[in-house]
Design a protein around this ligand. Structure first.
Ligand code: GDP
Length: 457
């Protein structure tokens, strides 16, 4: 395909040791040559080589750079790609970019590099989305899921399913063409049913991974609740210490919220409002307040901490009530001290939810807690490290729709509908699955998807 040449800063904004400006398009090399000064012209350079030199504007050196030249088609976009490694601050990098824009390049839209990779057939849509997931991945596992998706694992699976559907549809055509055999209709229906059930089972299997996939991708929103001094901060610190939590700043809200991610045996916990837990001792007072109830209801998972050195209080009961209906683990802390709490009552309140005995000062119970958390969310399946997970919301929605279409096929056959009517639902399932890989997809959707990318990707 024929595209103009795009340019963007591909590294995160702000101060860094190096910044990379990426150019892609037919004229990428020529445009870079117009501002790059070195012994050799980039135009004469071999593909996949790197060159030292200077960027000049009106004969003045503005940057000292290393420039990589990569010729189509062995590049990310399948176009000619030039990457300029600058080592200056924001100002000089921006100056180089501006210069490129004045010498023939156009500023890339967010995600446009990846979009080109897709349009030029290098990757399919689910792989392109994986690129985005990879950028946003917050845990090793999330990264693993994205990497495998980028690898085309999911695409292969989906393509196989589509092939099955296509085979079935072809078979239907053939049978319709030879109506002279008596039992042809029955045979066709039988075959359709079998194939549809098969494909549906695979779709359902994929959907079963969706919840785990979502957890892997986004982390479980986790709240630590408990009365003052029961050991919430100690628990938080222990979790963080064990794992060297990844701390991210999310700016743009009224105050910066610090989110901490800890990886508990492969379960990424996104600890919400931990700052609040650290600072306010009045969480119990607030528990009755609608706002804090809302915060709790947004949690996917709750760690309810009790101090077993004291009897249960009415605040503790309130906490159980607030947590009810959610996934939670009871952490019965301070087991190094004498027990004053009615354990039977705690187990009664906990119901089916696990109760773990811990002593933060003696570092007891951490392993049991981790086990309980892992068991709650992954039941061992997570160890199958190379499983294909569906984690993307769009993919999940499409799989659900495909599942419905397949259901319609099954009930259509059951009700004895004519085959050509059933065919319509089968074709719909085929189309819906195709949207996952981008084999059947509309331009609008594409634009919307790629716009979610960061600039320069
Ligand atoms: P928070 O108010 O719920 O965050 O509680 P902290 O984690 O700040 O702990 C309150 C106090 O209890 C601190 O002095 C801790 O050292 C102490 N503490 C925490 N866990 C334990 C434990 O398991 N045993 C004992 N004896 N003290 C603990």
């Amino acid at each position: 395909m024929d595209f103009d040449t795009i340019a963007a800063i591909s590294t995160p904004p702000g101060e860094g040791a190096i910044a990379i400006i990426r150019l892609s398009g037919d004229e990428a090399i020529q445009i870079a040559d117009r501002i790059f000064y070195a012994k050799k012209r980039l135009n004469e350079a071999e593909s996949h080589t790197i060159h030292y030199g200077h960027i000049k504007e009106n004969n003045e050196v503005i940057e000292e750079v290393m420039v990589s030249v990569m010729r189509a088609p062995r590049t990310f976009t399948r176009e000619d790609v030039v990457e300029i490694n600058c080592h200056g601050g924001i100002v000089s990098v921006n100056r180089v970019l501006q210069l490129l824009l004045r010498t023939g390049a156009r500023l890339a839209e967010p995600g446009e590099f990846t979009k080109r990779a897709f349009l030029n057939g290098r990757i399919d849509l689910s792989q392109a989305e994986a690129v985005m997931d990879l950028i946003r991945a917050k845990t090793d596992r999330a990264m693993g899921v994205a990497l495998r998706q980028m690898d085309g694992n999911l695409s292969r699976l989906i393509r196989n399913l589509r092939q099955e559907i296509l085979d079935a549809l072809a078979q239907v055509e053939v049978n319709i063409d030879y109506p002279e055999y008596d039992d042809v209709e029955e045979m066709t229906q039988q075959m359709l049913l079998e194939k549809t059930r098969l494909v549906k089972a695979s779709v359902e299997q994929l959907l079963q991974t969706a919840q785990q996939g979502k957890i892997l991708r986004e982390g479980l929103a986790t709240a630590i609740i408990g009365r003052p001094n029961v050991g919430k901060s100690s628990l938080l610190n222990q979790l963080i210490q064990e794992d060297k939590a990844i701390v991210t700043d999310i700016a743009g809200t009224t105050r910066d919220i610090i989110e901490e991610y800890v990886n508990v045996r492969g379960v990424p916990l996104r600890l919400i409002d931990t700052a609040g837990i650290r600072e306010t001792e009045d969480i119990v007072e607030k528990i009755g307040v609608e706002r804090s109830r809302k915060a709790l209801s947004e949690a996917d998972f709750i760690l309810l901490v009790l101090n077993q050195h004291e009897p249960l209080t009415k605040e503790d009961y309130a906490l159980f009530e607030a947590a009810s209906g959610q996934q939670f683990v009871v952490v019965l802390n301070k087991t190094d001290l004498e027990r004053e709490m009615d354990l039977e009552e705690v187990y009664r309140l906990a119901g089916d939810h696990p109760v773990v005995l811990t002593s933060m000062v003696e570092e007891q119970g951490a392993i049991q807690l981790e086990e309980a958390i892992k068991k709650m969310f992954f039941e061992g399946e997570i160890d199958a490290g190379d499983a294909t997970y569906v984690s993307n919301v769009r993919h999940i929605a499409l799989l659900h729709q495909a599942q419905e279409a397949l259901d319609a096929v099954i009930s259509g056959v059951d009700m004895g509908m004519p085959v050509d009517i059933v065919q319509i639902d089968m074709t719909r399932a085929w189309d819906l699955l195709g949207e996952i890989t981008g084999d059947s997809v509309q331009d609008e959707l594409l634009d919307q998807l790629f716009n979610q990318f960061c600039l320069g990707k």
